[in-house]
Design a protein around this ligand. Structure first.
Ligand code: UD1
Length: 366
């Protein structure tokens, strides 16, 4: 390989990273200008949280696997840093590409910055302005250390400029997660998940919960369950449960409460294709996920976000998203509006068109 070929380590760690890196890595592999390496920190390691996505997204096995596993924020971040430092030492990459806002993102950005390796941050500039979210800290630190910042919307550019990031470092390229969604939508329709669960199109709502603000607090989780109890009198609800949430439902003694909801189907976390089929065909979605706010906007499925803020305001301004917090009454009222066919409409934001990875790789090749 010639000297001008850039060696880039692409980092994935947690579930929402896989669908963001998949289309970028695939295009880098075809590039004669880039020598890409795929590194998995192992922040998520269960088959359902990790391997299932590699299979569904047809991603190659990671070249490097750090096996860091779970832990407190400091322990997990520190483990990733120590192991990633050795990798950077051995591989001497020109650049490190990081996505999103998870602990793997901040850990690798700190290491790369101190070892003078250029940092590319994909999905830069999103801000919830809520410092109680670990992701907000991860985003701000990573952006402040990055050399090339790729954004999903114009308001992210404005956030970065306000923080003093030079404009020439920032590139508005669109949303790579939507590249993956558009690439897999047809295949996902072949999934048999609705048959397996005995569901008909638009005859159910889907819910996901994993944010500490909802699931690490018994009162908040109980308030959401209370809303689900009322809602389940009107529509079936499907709840693929995140592992963090499974543990807390048990810990807070809410298992019986959950089981008592007759119209609620609980499942293990789903793979990418099954979940895409589930969401695409749902009447509406209740969630505290960041990515799902964006996916529902593109699918045109109404989304009620169980948070008081969002780092993705474009999904509420232009898309199908409505913020409802975790107040029982608000969740019920907004859900009933959708069941009464009063859901708000929406449009697909600029550049959420399936070509974001292409724009990113074109810029990196230059
Ligand atoms: C992480 C991200 C969050 C992202 C989410 C998607 C951070 C700070 N948070 O949250 O931004 O939206 O991933 O899922 O990086 N666990 C397992 N097996 C696994 C993974 C997790 O059992 O494969 C359990 C463990 O008990 C672990 C807990 O889930 O302690 C939380 O996992 P962790 O990666 O710390 O955070 P998430 O809540 O998944």
């Amino acid at each position: 390989m010639s000297n001008s070929v850039k060696k880039i380590i692409n980092v994935v760690g947690a579930r929402p990273n896989f669908m963001k890196v998949a289309p970028i890595f695939a295009l880098m592999k075809q590039s004669t200008e880039i020598d890409p390496i795929l590194l998995h920190t192992g922040q998520h390691y269960d088959d359902a949280m990790s391997k299932a996505f590699f299979i569904d997204l047809n991603m190659p096995e990671p070249d490097i696997y750090l096996k860091v596993g779970s832990g407190s924020h400091a322990k997990q971040t520190a483990r990733i840093m120590a192991r990633f430092e050795d990798v950077v030492e051995n591989e001497r990459p020109d650049m490190v590409l990081l996505v999103g806002d998870v602990n793997s993102t901040i850990a690798c950005s700190l290491v790369a910055a101190k070892m003078n390796v250029s940092i590319i941050h994909v999905e830069a500039g999103l801000r919830s302005l809520d410092w109680s979210m670990p992701e907000e800290i991860n985003r701000i630190v990573t952006d402040s250390l990055s050399d090339i910042l790729f954004t999903t919307c114009k308001s992210a550019n404005a956030n970065l400029i306000k923080e003093g990031i030079p404009e020439e470092k920032i590139h508005f390229v669109g949303n790579v997660m939507i590249d993956t969604l558009l690439q897999h939508k047809k295949k996902a329709e072949e999934s048999s998940i609705l048959n397996k669960l005995g569901l008909d199109n638009k005859d159910y709502a889907a819910i996901t919960l994993h944010r500490p603000s909802n699931v690490d607090n018994r009162d908040n989780l109980a308030a959401i369950f209370k809303a689900l109890k009322e809602l389940s009198k009107h529509i079936g609800i499907v709840f693929p449960i995140h592992l963090r949430t499974v543990e807390n439902i048990k810990k807070y003694g809410l298992s019986d409460e959950m089981r008592s909801l007759k119209n609620l189907i609980t499942t293990a976390p789903m793979g990418y294709l099954d979940f895409l089929k589930l969401v695409s065909n749902s009447k509406f979605v209740l969630t505290d996920s960041g990515g799902l706010q964006e996916e529902t906007t593109v699918l045109g499925v109404p989304c009620l976000t169980l948070r008081v803020n969002t780092e993705r305001p474009i999904t509420a301004l232009e898309g199908t998203n409505t913020l409802v917090g975790n107040n029982t009454e608000t969740i019920i009222n907004e859900s009933l509006k959708i069941l009464n066919e009063e859901a708000k409409g929406g449009r697909v934001p600029t550049f959420w068109d399936g070509k974001a990875a292409e724009r990113i790789v074109n810029i990196l090749e230059k």
